[in-house]
Design a protein around this ligand. Structure first.
Ligand code: BT5
Length: 254
């Protein structure tokens, strides 16, 4: 048992030249009840079926980017997993700041932006019951050097590290990202977002801007105030603050 814990901390890296999706790979192992050690990392040079949220496609050309998934076993159940996207966003922030001195901003719930261009996206998927242990697959797609024609397939502004002038060593990037992720997840396990939400609010891409929020059924407009301790989005509407929860909500600048 002690060894099991230790190997989770050391981590377990698996690399693939090509894969359907690093998230799907781990989710399938969990669905088929295979033993997966907490801290397992799957990275690939390309994905044939890279996924965003709500069935959206994550463009995943060969060799150009980082396609990364981290498996984390959380004891406290699904409730505690609600704000994980926020913690992961901060981990990506930490990593890029440490390695490249880059100051990214974060768009709720899961985008990493530079000058409103998407540099990275986060997809957190859950497998578990409301009670009991929760299996989390944390997927991070980070653009390093996209091909010239990438815009033909991406319907929003994007950027990559090379175009931002960074020299990237993928080994170092993967190691640093894993380190930052484990730091933030450990913090999350101890104190949830109670310290992190204020940090997040300092790098909120849409702070004090008018945004549209789309819950699937309904759209709302309001001034983006920030997030609360549960990771919900606070909008100011007609002078009143209202908080919105749920991972399937998208935000756009008006
Ligand atoms: C996300 O979804 O931003 C989550 C992306 C997570 C990708 C990682 S890669 C490793 C792991 N394995 C997977 O299969 N997925 C995870 P969402 O918020 O739904 O954003 C999707 C939208 O981002 C698309 O509709 C496009 O507008 C845009 N997009 C697609 N590919 C992009 C890219 N490479 N760079 C920037 N934007 C992109």
């Amino acid at each position: 048992n002690e060894y099991q814990k230790l190997s989770g901390q050391i981590g377990n890296f698996e690399t693939f030249a090509s894969i359907n999706s690093t998230n799907t790979e781990l989710m399938q192992r969990l669905a088929s009840k295979q033993v997966v050690t907490s801290g397992t990392v799957v990275v690939a040079e390309m994905q044939n079926a890279g996924r965003g949220r709500r069935g959206r496609v994550w463009q995943s050309p060969f060799g150009a980017n980082l396609y990364y998934s981290y498996y984390w076993l959380l004891d406290d159940g699904l409730q505690a997993a609600m704000g994980v996207s926020v913690a992961v966003g901060l981990a990506v922030f930490d990593c890029l700041h440490t390695l490249y001195g880059l100051q990214v901003s974060l768009k709720w719930p899961n985008d990493i932006l530079v000058n409103n261009q998407k540099l990275a996206g986060v997809l957190v998927e859950l497998d578990g019951q409301p009670e009991g242990p929760c299996h989390l697959v944390i997927g991070i797609g980070l653009n390093i050097a996209m091909p010239e024609n990438a815009s033909e397939h991406i319907d929003q502004a994007w950027i990559d590290l090379k175009r931002l002038g960074m020299q990237v060593d993928k080994n170092v990037l993967i190691a640093q990202l894993t380190y930052c992720l484990e730091q933030r997840l450990a913090q999350y396990q101890v104190s949830g977002l109670s310290d992190m939400y204020q940090e997040w609010n300092k790098v909120n891409a849409f702070a004090e801007q008018l945004v549209t929020l789309n819950t699937g059924q309904k759209t709302w407009q309001g001034i983006c105030v920030g997030i609360d301790q549960q990771g919900g989005l606070i909008l100011r509407q007609d002078g009143n603050e209202k908080t919105y929860y749920g991972g399937e909500i998208s935000v756009r600048k008006v």
